[in-house]
Design a protein. Structure first.
Length: 635
């Protein structure tokens, strides 16, 4: 028998026959797409990573352990992306050893996943004492084929955490010791820890600590991370304490491996009542101090809030001229929110103590629920201290989802009976049914306690509206404009979205003591449709300065205080409005010299309209760009 050598030619007759039977030659088959994969069906490791502690796809606060890194006393989670070219399941084989090659126990070291999935395995912290280690991983398919191991990834562990707590020294800005400081003033805090390998300090005000939530100390971001230089053992930070009569500081030291010192002890920082700006004509002897209506940061000037399209929240702090300065006070969760701020309804320290004098916010979130957020007196709000507000029964199953707008106008209805005297109210435009066939304007009286201040457990009387308008408010935007006609009763300004006019509804108190609205009068005609002025807001009079004064009480003590002084000739309420984003449309305004000017607003502008008794004055250009692209509303 004759044996043909490998690679010997096929006889011509047989080759011709095969050409008739097969559409592709043998060479064609070997070079066709996918042929190599069919003959080399080995699994693959497409990626391999390690993390300190736990791991979950897309989770926040993950702490990677790259090759040659130093990690602290923690579990090690390894991950591997696996792929099988045959499309079957794949099993990961994780191997961890000491630098000397001694095997380290691995939990779930052989995890099976579908092709394209991610396998994980963990080494418990008890199996990772201080020392040097390395790890690798390979893949095995259902047919028993193995990929090559990944390159060994070396890492080190420092399992010894700092044992002493952080020492905290509290001083004034000038460095002198302090025991009690007025809230909303600066304090200087010195942190000290003897660890030789100190990386920095993670600290929180008035909330629990977690190393996974501190910038720099472990990724995340809710805590404040203060690094130190190599070899340093202390750091100094400045803080503004808002909560009174006390705030709490939580701080721990973090070494270079990420280990933290004991952080369960807290430092109590005692504070006294903060200074407030008093309204024009009022003093510490005539009224209990609280932030002025619309003022969120306590400087005496009206501010704005604006949700961002991605859910962030901006504070636009006013300066008494209509101009504003932006800062971020919320990073998520504010998308599609309706916000009203105008009054002090709750305290940051507790919902059972007296309110703290800081302006709060009533918020209807995208989930259709209404919440009261305690303000921190610095422009932000406490999510931990928010309280859900139950809707009136006649709003039906949809509840606060029927609300189109909410505003906080202050004490609008001026009720004097016990439980309502000097209560700051809430007004809302509500659909009359789930289909919103019409909408009504309602005023819910603010409820107060006998000793003064809002009733924190029930800040508004939702079951007994103090005023209910007709059902024709669906196409209106209502503003808390203030007392425009000077009769001592606040008025309401509304924008008709259809005819583009602004109408003033003078407030009135009837013979029965109940609040009502007089017939409307035109306040600004034409051009106020939503398409032309998309967003509008008002918190009453905005223009003025802060003046320092003193007054002597009955015992002869001289009391220093500050008071808001309205700008002469501009005592009425003012209006902010945005323009549409249009590169071809001219926007008219008055410049700083009082001369007529115009511009275009390709991304939207912000205009400020000083108010008058019967009409708005010519606007000022406050913001020249991005007012129709970077925010979704102004409140």
């Amino acid at each position: 028998m004759t044996h043909r050598r490998a690679g010997a030619r096929v006889p011509r007759a047989l080759a011709a026959l095969l050409a008739l039977v097969l559409p592709l030659s043998a060479a064609d088959l070997l070079t066709a797409p996918g042929a190599a994969a069919a003959t080399q069906a080995k699994p693959e490791v497409t990626r391999a990573e390690a993390f300190e502690g736990n791991w979950a796809p897309g989770a926040d606060g993950l702490r990677p352990v790259p090759c040659n890194a130093l990690m602290g006393h923690s579990d090690l989670t390894m991950t591997a992306g696996l792929r099988d070219n045959d499309g079957g399941t794949v099993t990961a084989q994780f191997v961890v050893t000491t630098a000397a090659g001694k095997a380290v126990p691995v939990s779930n070291g052989a995890t099976t996943v579908s092709s394209g999935g991610t396998a994980t395995a963990k080494v418990l912290d008890e199996n990772l004492p201080t020392g040097a280690y390395k790890w690798k991983v390979r893949a095995r398919d259902k047919d028993g084929n193995y990929s090559a191991f990944t390159s060994e990834c070396a890492f080190s562990v420092d399992a010894i955490a700092p044992v002493e707590p952080v020492t905290v020294t509290v001083t004034k800005e000038d460095g002198t010791p302090v025991t009690v400081q007025p809230a909303r003033t600066k304090l200087r805090l010195k942190f000290k820890h003897p660890a030789a390998d100190l990386a920095g300090f993670c600290w929180f005000m008035d909330s629990p600590v977690s190393v996974n939530r501190c910038d720099g100390g472990g990724g995340g971001g809710a805590g404040t991370w203060t690094p130190v230089a190599d070899g340093a053992t202390e750091a100094t930070v400045e803080v503004i304490l808002a909560i009174w009569p006390r705030s709490t500081l939580n701080v721990f030291a973090v070494d270079k491996a990420g280990n933290q010192s004991p952080g369960d002890a807290t430092t109590v920082l005692n504070t006294s009542r903060p200074s407030f700006i008093y309204p024009a004509g009022q003093t510490p002897l005539t009224t209990w101090g609280q932030d002025l209506l619309g003022d969120l940061n306590g400087d005496g000037f009206t501010d704005l809030l604006s949700p961002e399209p991605d859910g962030g929240l901006r504070l636009y702090a006013g300066n008494g001229t209509g101009r504003v300065q932006m800062s971020i006070v919320g990073d998520s969760g504010w998308k599609d929110a309706l916000i009203a701020h105008g009054g002090d309804f709750a305290g940051l320290l507790s919902f059972t103590d007296a309110p703290d004098g800081f302006e709060d916010a009533v918020v209807r979130l995208g989930d259709g629920k209404l919440y009261l957020y305690a303000g921190n007196g610095l422009g932000g709000f406490s999510h931990a201290k928010r309280m859900a507000l139950a809707p009136p029964k006649d709003l039906g199953s949809k509840g606060w989802g029927r609300v189109q707008q909410i505003i906080a106008p202050g004490d609008l209805d001026q009720r004097t009976e016990p439980g309502y005297r000097k209560g700051d109210d809430l007004a809302a435009i509500e659909c009359v049914d789930d289909a919103c066939s019409g909408a009504r304007l309602r005023i819910y009286s603010g409820q107060t306690l006998g000793g003064g201040g809002a009733n924190q457990t029930a800040p508004f009387d939702f079951q007994n509206p103090a005023y209910t308008g007709g059902s024709t408010w669906k196409n209106y935007t209502v503003l808390a404009i203030g007392d425009q006609n000077g009769d001592g009763v606040k008025d309401v300004l509304s924008r008709n979205k259809t005819d583009g006019n602004l109408y003033l509804y003078a407030g009135k108190i009837g013979a029965d003591g109940k609040f009502g609205l007089a017939s409307r009068t035109a306040y600004a005609t034409g051009g106020w449709q939503s398409a032309n002025r998309p967003l509008i807001a008002s918190h009453g009079n905005t223009q003025g300065t802060i003046v320092s004064k003193t007054i002597t009480d009955d015992e002869g003590r001289v009391i220093a205080y500050k008071q808001f002084q309205p700008k002469a000739g501009d005592e009425q309420g003012d209006v902010w409005a945005t323009t549409r984003a249009d590169p071809n449309s001219r926007v008219n305004y008055v410049n700083s010299a009082g001369m007529a000017a115009s511009t275009t607003c390709p991304t939207g502008c912000l205009l400020f309209y000083p108010g008058g008794p019967t009409a708005l004055k010519a606007p000022l250009l406050i913001g020249a760009s991005n007012w129709s692209t970077s925010i979704t509303n102004i409140f």
